[in-house]
Design a protein around this ligand. Structure first.
Ligand code: 3NM
Length: 210
């Protein structure tokens, strides 16, 4: 069984005006203690995704986090995860099926699956996914057409349905993160509340969730 860090930062390319800013944010997050980052880019521009993913991989080998390992997870795209030498892939309900992704990335790379209700979570629990995500816990403006909010009760139910590591996502901030972990999540995935001063924000998340 894998062990997830308490904080699961997502670098969403849509939040940055260029690659340099994106990479700088990744470096700051690593400086703030992040040991895992997900790269998310919903633009569908594969060449840009590959370039940014490779820059992140380079950062992990040369930036502040080096020589500590920085796990890099690619959102949606197993092919780009392999091309950029990422450590894992995270898929949603509309992406390739978990077992298809597993066939591409092999047994060692991490596979995460997003779920939004108990049925999806129970189904994903039967796959070879290394961890599951449940959300949105709270309302979020970082995702287009988010599923209905599941609340802390949704996290509690999810916890009862799986023994896999559980990531909670959606509207999680330093103000509510402790309640989400208390409800049974192993880790909190965050976009918005890491955008301003990523290093300080990450440090505060780790302090709160210790
Ligand atoms: N997935 P923020 S919610 C990317 O419910 C994503 O699966 C969600 O961003 C899900 O921390 C979400 O800014 C957005 O709310 C998370």
């Amino acid at each position: 069984m894998i062990v997830l860090p308490r904080l699961y930062p997502i670098l969403d390319a849509g939040c940055y005006s260029n690659t340099l800013d994106l990479i700088a944010a990744g470096d700051e997050l690593a400086a703030g203690g992040a040991t895992l980052l997900q790269y998310r880019n919903k633009s569908g521009n594969a060449p840009v995704m590959l370039e940014q993913a490779r820059e992140l991989r380079r950062l992990s080998r040369t930036g502040v986090s080096a020589p500590h390992t920085l796990k890099l997870i690619m959102n949606d795209r197993a092919d780009l995860a392999l091309a950029a030498e990422f450590d894992g892939v995270h898929v949603g309900q509309d992406d390739l099926l978990p077992e298809s992704v597993r066939g591409i990335i092999g047994p060692e790379r991490w596979l995460g699956v997003s779920t939004h209700n108990p049925e999806q979570l129970a189904e994903a629990d039967l796959t070879s996914a290394d961890y599951l995500a449940i959300g949105p816990v709270f309302s979020t403006s970082s995702k287009e057409k988010p599923d209905p909010v599941v609340g802390l009760e949704g996290v509690r139910r999810a916890r009862q349905l799986t023994r896999k590591p559980l990531v909670a996502i959606g509207g999680i901030t330093r103000a509510n993160a402790a309640s989400v972990i208390e409800a049974g999540a192993d880790s909190v995935a965050v976009i918005s509340d890491l955008l301003r001063d990523p290093r300080k924000s990450a440090e505060e998340f780790f302090r709160i969730l210790r």
